[in-house]
Design a protein around this ligand. Structure first.
Ligand code: FAD
Length: 524
C-alpha cells in the first residue's frame, strides 16, 4: 500500500463522474481492477488565488481493498435474547440499538416522537401554523435532533477508527460514499430521513423493537436499580438495563431525575444567535471568486472563534453548526418558546448561509436561577427562549436585527429576506439576550469582520435565539462502567447526558453504552 497526494481542479474533484477516473489518470495507473485507488481525504484549499482541491489516496491491491470493504458490523437475530431498553431514537439511541444487536441483545427503543415520515406533518405545522407539538418537532422524533439537520458528520473525536466505523454504517444504510473521504462530510436533510428509516428497518429485521409515540414519564427504582419504566399511557415496562439517550431538550426527563433524587449536574453550554448572509457573499469572501463560485465548488463555510473580554474576564464567542446553502429552522420543543437552529439539503443550494454565533456560558452565569439547583442552566436557557417568544410576538416569529444595527443598538427599520419560514420580528436583540451575551457577541462580530472582509454588513441579519447548542445538564456516570453514579443499571448516553456534541459523537457514545450494558448483563 502507498499513500499519495494529488492536487485537482474543482471540476475534476467535484464532478462525480470524473473524480475516480481522474485519480488513476493522474497517477498513471491502469483503471482495470489490477490496482485500486482509494481516496481517503478530499479537502478544499482556498489559500491561493485559485481554489484547489487536495486529495489524499491510498493505492492498494484488489485483495487489500476487499479486506477493507468488509462491513464493520455482524448482526444476528436477537428476537429471543435478553432486552436492553433504550429511551430515545436519536443517533445515540439508534446506534446503541444496532450495537446491542451485534452483541446479541434485543434493543427495545422507546421514542416519544413519531417516525420520520409522520414527523414531517408536525414540522410543517411549526413552520406554517406556528404550532409546536411538544412530542414531535425538530428535536423530537425518529432520528432525534439530527434528522432534519445539515447532517454534518465532523467531530472533534480523535478516535478515527470509531468515527470511520460510524461513517461506514451510515454508508451501508444509504449515505453517499463521499462521506468516507470528504474533510467536512455532510449528508443533508433531504437524505437523512431515508437513512434513519433504513437503520430502523435493520433494527427491526434482526428482532429489535422501536416504539414511536411512546414517552417515558417515570422510572421505578428499587435500591440502586431501575426496575421499570412507566409510559405516558400508564403502561409499565420492566427493565434490566436502561440506556437513557433522550437528548439535550428533554427537560421533563431532567426534572424527573432531579425529583427522584437521581444525581444530575449543571454544566456549561453556549447561547447566542444565528447569523444569516447570502451564500454568494460568503463564497466571495472564502473563495475570492466573482461573480459566483461556479458549478463545481460546494457552498463555502467558515469557522470563527474569538476571545471576548467581559468585565475583565475572557469569554469565548464562536461560530457553531454553520449551514452553507441552508435554512434556519424553528427548533423549539414547547409552545411559548422560540429557538432557532440550522439545516441544509445535501446539495447545499439555498441562497442563504447561516451559522450559530454563540457565547460560552457557565454555571456562574446562572446565579439568578440557583433555586433550581442543577437545573439552573436549563431555567436560564428557557427564560431566554421565552423572552424571545414574547418579543417575537408570541408565535414562532423569531426576533431579528440587521447585523450593523445590532452593533449600533438600533432597531432595524426593515429586515432582509430570510430562509426562516415562520417569519421575523424586528427587535433590539439586546433586549432578548442578557447584557454579557450581547456585549460578547458584539465584540465577536467585530473580530469576525476583521477576519472575513465583508462579513460585517447590514446585508446580514441575526436571528434568535440559538440556545440548544448542547445540554445544560450532565447526568454523571462512571467513566469505566458508564453506569450512572448512583443507579447501577442506568446508562446516561449521548448529548443529553453530556457525552456527545453532534451526530457522530452521539452515535459513538450510543455504541459505547450498548457495550457497557452488555458487559453488565453478561459479564465476560
Ligand atoms: C436543527 C438541528 C440541526 C443540527 N445539525 C447538526 C449537524 O449538522 N451535525 C451534527 O453533528 N449535529 C447537528 N445537530 C445536533 C445533533 O442533532 C445532536 O447532537 C444529536 O442528534 C444528539 O443525539 P442524541 O441521540 O444524543 O439525542 P437526540 O438526537 O436529541 O435524540 C433524543 C431522542 O430522545 C427522544 N426523547 C426525549 N425524551 C423522551 C422520553 N421521555 N421518552 C421517549 N423518548 C424521548 C427525543 O424525542 C429524541 O428523538 C443539529 C440539531 C438540530 C436541532
Amino acid at each position: 500500500m502507498r499513500t499519495v497526494e494529488l492536487t485537482l481542479w474543482p471540476e475534476e474533484a467535484f464532478d462525480d463522474n470524473r473524480f475516480l477516473p481522474i485519480l488513476y489518470e493522474k497517477l498513471s495507473l491502469p483503471n482495470d481492477g489490477s490496482v485500486v485507488v482509494v481516496p481517503t481525504r478530499r479537502s478544499i484549499d482556498a489559500r491561493g488565488k485559485k481554489v484547489m482541491v487536495r486529495v489524499q489516496c491510498e493505492v492498494v491491491t484488489p485483495d487489500q481493498h476487499a479486506q477493507r470493504s468488509i462491513p464493520p458490523t455482524r448482526y444476528q437475530d436477537v428476537r429471543d435474547r435478553p432486552e436492553v431498553i433504550i429511551v430515545g431514537a436519536g443517533p445515540a439511541g439508534l446506534f446503541a440499538g444496532l450495537k446491542a444487536i451485534e452483541l446479541g441483545f434485543k434493543p427495545v427503543i422507546l421514542e416519544r416522537g413519531l417516525d420520520v415520515q409522520t414527523r414531517r406533518r408536525d414540522l410543517a405545522a411549526i413552520n406554517k401554523q406556528e404550532v409546536v407539538n411538544p412530542d414531535s418537532n425538530y428535536c423530537f422524533g425518529e432520528g432525534g435532533a439530527g434528522t432534519y439537520s445539515d447532517g454534518k458528520l465532523y467531530t472533534r473525536s480523535k478516535k478515527r477508527g470509531d468515527v470511520n466505523r460510524i461513517l461506514h454504517i451510515l454508508v451501508a444504510h444509504g449515505a453517499r460514499p463521499q462521506i468516507l473521504y470528504d474533510a467536512h462530510p455532510h449528508i443533508g436533510t433531504n437524505q437523512l430521513p431515508k437513512l434513519v428509516a433504513a437503520i430502523r428497518e435493520t433494527i427491526k429485521a434482526y428482532g429489535g423493537e422501536i416504539h414511536f409515540n411512546t414517552k417515558v414519564t417515570d422510572l421505578r427504582l428499587e435500591g440502586d436499580r431501575v426496575t421499570a419504566l412507566v409510559l405516558r399511557d400508564g403502561s409499565v415496562i420492566s427493565a434490566r438495563a436502561v440506556i437513557l439517550a433522550t437528548g439535550h431538550s428533554a427537560r421533563d426527563i431532567f426534572e424527573l431525575l432531579h425529583t427522584k433524587g437521581i444525581r444530575i449536574e449543571e454544566k456549561p453550554f453556549a447561547l447566542g444567535v444565528r447569523v444569516e448572509h447570502s451564500q454568494t457573499l460568503i463564497d466571495r469572501i472564502q473563495y475570492h471568486c466573482q461573480p459566483d463560485r461556479g458549478p463545481y465548488l460546494p457552498a463555502s463555510s467558515y469557522s470563527l472563534v474569538h476571545q471576548a473580554s467581559i468585565d475583565g474576564k475572557e469569554r469565548g464567542v464562536f461560530s457553531f453548526c454553520m449551514c452553507p446553502g441552508g435554512f434556519i429552522v424553528p427548533a423549539a420543543t414547547s409552545p411559548g418558546e422560540v429557538v432557532v437552529n440550522g439545516m441544509s439539503p445535501s446539495r447545499r443550494d439555498s441562497r442563504f448561509a447561516n451559522s450559530g454565533i454563540v457565547v460560552a456560558v457557565n454555571p456562574s452565569d446562572f446565579k439568578l436561577y440557583l433555586k433550581h439547583g442543577p437545573l439552573s442552566g436549563m431555567y436560564f436557557q428557557s427564560s431566554i427562549e421565552r423572552r424571545a417568544c414574547v418579543l417575537g410576538g408570541n408565535s414562532q416569529h423569531a426576533p431579528a436585527q440587521r447585523l450593523m444595527d445590532f452593533l449600533e443598538s438600533k432597531v432595524s427599520a426593515s429586515l432582509l429576506e430570510t430562509s426562516y419560514q415562520p417569519g421575523l420580528t424586528s427587535v433590539d436583540m439586546g433586549e432578548v439576550l442578557p447584557p454579557f451575551i450581547t456585549d460578547a457577541l458584539k465584540q465577536g462580530f467585530r473580530a469576525f469582520g476583521r477576519k472575513m472582509k465583508g462579513y460585517l454588513s447590514n446585508d446580514a441579519q441575526i436571528i434568535g435565539v440559538e440556545s440548544r447548542t448542547s445540554s445544560p445538564v450532565k447526568i454523571p456516570r462512571d467513566s469505566v462502567t458508564l453506569q450512572h453514579v448512583q443507579v447501577g443499571n442506568l446508562f446516561p448516553c449521548g448529548e443529553g447526558a453530556g457525552y456527545a456534541g453532534g451526530i457522530v459523537s452521539a452515535a459513538m457514545d450510543g455504541e459505547r453504552c450498548a457495550e457497557a450494558a452488555a458487559r453488565m448483563l453478561q459479564p465476560v
